[in-house]
Design a protein around this ligand. Structure first.
Ligand SMILES: NC(=O)c1ccc[n+]([C@@H]2O[C@H](COP(=O)([O-])OP(=O)(O)OC[C@H]3O[C@@H](n4cnc5c(N)ncnc54)[C@H](O)[C@@H]3O)[C@@H](O)[C@H]2O)c1
Length: 393
């Protein structure tokens, strides 16, 4: 029987525009999905760059105004891969138009804006997901399986780092294409929303809610030339953020993210220590999971490095043959494949907008604590509303 199509309209054609388009191309080829994504339309403001992107990735059409894209009857799902300050407006309009919504992270500029997005998407009842893609790196998914099996026992510690070094130069301007991450208006925050948010999403998924935090942030370069005004302007983002806190399960959190760790380009590491076993993962070696099991016989006990490439391990039976690994791009392919399955059943795919709101609340508490220099409670998200109803007809 011929599979049904899911017509995608993507807004934005930068870094994430490429990872998502690649994911849409591959998902239904490697996974048995009930829906097949069709690259129906790409949207961006620069018609020339947009055309080059659309031609390269095989989009059928282009739009230079996202509002027009959302009005189109031939689009089923809107994928938002624009800077953070445009997520809310586009997502809310798309939900109101009855489109499914896939939104890049962080969900919003802050928790209050995120709440509005959750309200609107749940009112519209449309399937949704937020692209915290690291959940779908097979080694990280395997970590979730191992933790859920209870092998670790009582959890004592969860620590995570996300380290980069690309903003150390004081000559680097802020704002505009490519540098919007340094402009608080466009980004909402600095490393907290950009990098820590990834660590927080994975942590909430693996180890449950964070209840309170004590944080510090630093802005090392206080003024930078703004690309759009040509003037020196105050830098309002956090260049580095560090926090500790408590998880609801009683374990302790220790997190750090920075763009000033010379030598590190995108080093995301996490470690979780339980009474019986520990797990460690590192983005630079993303196909491996480090596992220590205290119940191993003493003479062979030690950290083992699991090469996650076997058919028994998450997602891997759909790829090559045991022993051959996959990489970063495939985490997006996995999210597309999982979304296609959920959407066909009228469901949202975790992390949903509501799940991503919890991450937003932790980010808010981190930024607030850094200002007040006090412990701050993380706002509770509350229960999800009934699942989205609108399946793909
Ligand atoms: N999941 C991840 O690991 C990951 C990684 C990088 C970025 N992101 C997120 O993805 C989003 C985009 O980041 P990026 O690195 O692709 O940025 P980018 O700067 O490479 O691309 C942004 C794109 O949005 C377009 N754009 C901006 N405003 C627009 C508007 N009003 N209408 C239409 N197009 C508009 C730009 O022209 C560009 O094509 C951000 O929210 C970012 O936080 C997520």
């Amino acid at each position: 029987m011929a599979k049904k199509n899911l017509n995608i309209g993507i807004v934005g054609y930068g870094f994430m525009g490429r990872t998502h388009a690649n994911g849409y191309h591959n998902a239904a080829k490697f996974f048995d999905t009930p829906l097949v994504p069709v690259l129906k339309a790409a949207c961006g403001r620069d018609a020339t760059k947009l055309k080059a992107y659309a031609d390269n990735w095989g989009f059928e059409s282009t739009e230079t105004d996202w509002r027009k894209l959302i009005k189109r009857a031939d689009i089923d799902a809107i994928d938002i891969v624009t800077p953070n300050d445009s997520h809310a407006e586009i997502a809310i309009a798309a939900a109101r138009a009855g489109k499914m919504v896939l939104c890049e992270k962080p969900l919003a500029l802050n928790g209050a804006q995120g709440e509005e997005m959750v309200r609107e998407i749940e009112k519209a009842g449309v399937p949704n997901t937020v692209w915290y893609n690291y959940r779908r790196v097979p080694a990280v998914t395997l970590a979730k399986q191992i933790i859920d099996s209870g092998k670790l026992g009582q959890i004592f510690h969860y620590r995570a780092n996300f380290l980069q070094d690309w903003t150390i130069s004081a000559e680097l301007p802020q704002g505009g294409a490519g540098l919007w991450r340094l402009d608080a208006k466009a980004a909402g925050s600095g490393v907290t929303g950009d990098l820590l948010a990834h660590c927080i999403d994975t942590a909430l998924w693996l180890n449950g809610s964070i209840v309170d935090v004590s944080a510090m942030t630093e802005t090392f370069i206080k003024e930078r030339k703004h690309t759009l005004t040509g003037k020196m302007q105050a830098v309002k983002i956090d260049d580095a953020a560090i926090f500790h806190g408590h998880f609801a399960n009683g374990s302790l959190a220790l997190f750090e993210s920075t763009r000033y760790a010379r030598g590190h380009k995108a080093l995301y590491t996490l470690e979780i220590n339980g009474a019986n076993a520990s797990i460690r993962w590192d983005l630079h070696d993303l196909h491996r999971l480090q596992f220590f099991d205290h119940s191993d016989e003493g003479i062979v006990r030690g950290w083992r490095s699991i090469h996650v490439s076997d058919g028994d391990q998450p997602y891997m039976k759909n790829w090559w043959v045991p022993g051959l690994q996959i990489g970063y791009a495939e985490s997006f392919t996995h999210q597309v494949a999982d979304f296609l399955k959920a959407a066909a059943a009228g469901k949202s795919l975790p992390p949903t907008f509501r799940d991503a709101l919890e991450t937003q609340y932790v980010c808010d508490a981190v930024l607030k604590s850094a200002k007040t220099k006090k412990w701050e409670k993380v706002k509770a998200v509350g229960k999800a509303k009934p699942a989205a109803k609108k399946a793909k007809k």
